[in-house]
Design a binder for this molecule. Structure first.
Ligand SMILES: Cc1cc2nc3c(=O)[nH]c(=O)nc-3n(C[C@H](O)[C@H](O)[C@H](O)COP(=O)(O)OP(=O)(O)OC[C@H]3O[C@@H](n4cnc5c(N)ncnc54)[C@H](O)[C@@H]3O)c2cc1C
Length: 499
């Protein structure tokens, strides 16, 4: 279990091995039950382990660091805990407008942040959640083996533990080994000034000037959070705008908000290298410009942890990027070997990893199974405002030549938003022009992650805009804009045709 002060799983001491099958009160697998071996105890792995136990299998989870995986220990939980603190400052900005006295005139914001305390809380929460998952798996009778696993053929897993090597024979193997931050050979992280996102929580002082390389979801989230905490932030984006691949209106709005808050956003700028200077860092761009700062965060995506795992030797097909190729029920190219989560490259989300893992076990153990539907996945970017999306995006609708109608309602028109002093955001819906079925939606708002759910229900259950519009919303409420957008689409047809 990583200690509270350990930001990186690479340095985390191991969890002691536990075998709990004979503990009183703990469910015990039938002697002839199939043996499922799960390599990697992140959301892709531990959720699968629970399903497999429920379906009567004997289950062993092999995990080299801590249960919960990167999602709990270095990625989702730590970043969202840090963002919760940053959010507080963003909300406080609205204070004076709402009649709340702001900061003392002399007080610099960055001096108000006790980063050591913030980071200690972040890591303590991550650690506690990992322990909770560990206990839950034990209670359900899952065997937990601390060590590094690799396949020895399709039905055997060899595990290197602190005390030696163990071999597990398996009827089914689930590979859910996740990914690690991609680094650049010309910008080698040192954990002090040149950082990956797993190393941020080791800082004891807020960076004075943070350069964030990469403007995808991770880069944008950290850039926004550190800017809110009081760092001066430079976001280096290789594309025309931040968040390439996301809804264009949402990305443009966020970039505008970032700039208005004082962030420097460098578009069409690609980092070539980062080196330490006497008291900070210098990032050289491919066009020769040099950006100086106190710290640099490299957020240029992840690399699947599939190297040296014996996958190709076992016949498991990998893509050129090293991701495990899977179908929609998480099968690999080898019968009996399944894969879930970031190592598959399907969608790098904890929720998707967990769903792939559950689907894999249901399929392997003969339970009813519905294949993964990537078009129904709800996702959120935890910036301020948040950007939540579900269903088909406008880009996909256009690419596929689908007919659709759409409307966008600015948040500034919503009465509740006015009362809360919220101006930046919108609700956008896409629907079929004839049937009125809701095809997708985008919400840009504070807590968009919560507001997206009615649209998720509509997409999942093929509700029409009239179904949504006819449902009561609280007055005044932000969700009123979701129903209002559906009302606007009522009866519209032929507008916004693709192509
Ligand atoms: C900064 C950041 C923020 C994010 N925020 C969100 C968010 O808000 N919401 C969301 O849905 N997603 C978020 N994600 C994505 C999310 O973290 C991943 O999609 C999720 O962790 C994938 O789960 P996984 O089980 O595939 O892998 P992981 O969580 O990476 O778990 C894999 C586990 O396998 C173990 N392992 C690897 N190799 C071996 C081996 N050979 N033997 C034994 N064990 C091994 C590792 O130690 C690890 O514990 C975020 C990602 C980042 C980088």
């Amino acid at each position: 279990m990583p200690s509270v002060n350990t930001p990186s799983p690479d340095t985390a001491p191991a969890v002691p091995a536990t075998t709990t099958a004979s503990t009183p009160g703990v469910p015990v697998a039938e002697p002839r039950a199939p043996h499922v071996v799960v390599v990697g105890g992140g959301p892709g792995g531990y959720e699968a382990a629970l399903v497999a136990r429920r379906l009567g299998a004997r289950v062993t989870v092999v995990e080299r660091h801590g249960l919960g995986g990167a999602a709990v220990l270095t990625d989702v939980v730590p970043s969202k805990t840090l963002i919760a603190t940053a959010e507080w400052f963003t909300m406080a900005e609205q204070g004076p407008e709402l009649g709340v006295r702001g900061e003392a005139p002399s007080g610099e914001r960055r001096d108000l942040v006790d980063l050591e305390a913030v980071n200690a809380r972040v890591l303590a929460l991550a650690d506690a959640q990992s322990r909770d998952i560990h206990s839950r798996l034990e209670r359900e009778g899952v065997e937990i083996l601390v060590g590094t696993g690799r396949l020895d053929g399709p039905s055997r897993v060899v595990v290197d533990t602190e005390t030696g090597t163990t071999t597990l024979d398996a009827d089914t193997v689930l590979v859910s080994v996740g990914a690690t931050p991609r680094t650049l050979p010309t910008a080698v992280p040192d954990g002090e000034r040149i950082l990956t996102w797993t190393q941020l929580y080791g800082l004891d002082e807020l960076p004075e000037k943070l350069i964030v390389v990469g403007s995808g979801v991770t880069g944008a989230e950290f850039a926004g959070a550190y800017q809110a905490l009081g760092s001066q932030v430079v976001l280096v984006s290789s594309r025309d705008r931040v968040l390439p691949g996301e809804d264009m209106d949402a990305a443009e709005l966020l970039e505008g908000v970032f700039r208005a808050r004082g962030m420097t956003v460098m578009s069409r700028s690609r980092a070539a290298s980062a080196v330490r200077t006497e008291d900070g860092v210098a990032v050289t761009l491919t066009d020769g410009r040099v950006v100086e700062g106190s710290h640099v965060l490299i957020a240029v995506g992840g690399v699947p942890s599939t190297a040296g795992l014996g996958l190709e030797e076992a016949g498991v097909r990998l893509s050129a990027s090293g991701h495990v190729e899977v179908d929609r029920v998480s099968r690999t190219s080898v019968p009996g070997v399944y894969a879930a989560g970031d190592c598959t490259g399907v969608l790098p989300l904890a929720s998707v990893a967990a769903m792939q893992g559950r689907i894999a076990m249901s399929h392997a153990l003969g339970d009813a199974v519905a294949p993964l539907k990537p078009g129904r996945v709800a996702a959120n970017i935890f910036t301020a405002p948040e950007i939540a999306t579900v269903g088909l995006s406008e880009a996909t609708l256009r690419e596929r030549g689908y007919r659709y109608v759409t409307t966008t309602l600015p948040l500034a028109r919503n009465p509740r938003a006015k009362m809360l002093g919220m101006r930046d955001g919108f609700v956008k819906l896409f629907a079929h022009p004839d049937a009125g079925v809701v095809l997708g939606g985008v919400v840009v708002a504070p807590r968009a992650s919560e507001l997206i759910f009615p649209i998720t229900l509509a997409v999942a259950h093929r509700l029409t805009v009239d179904d949504v519009a006819d449902s009561f919303t609280v007055y005044p409420s932000l969700s009123g804009s979701v129903a209002e957008a559906a009302r606007v689409l009522h009866g519209q047809s032929g507008e916004g045709l693709a192509g």
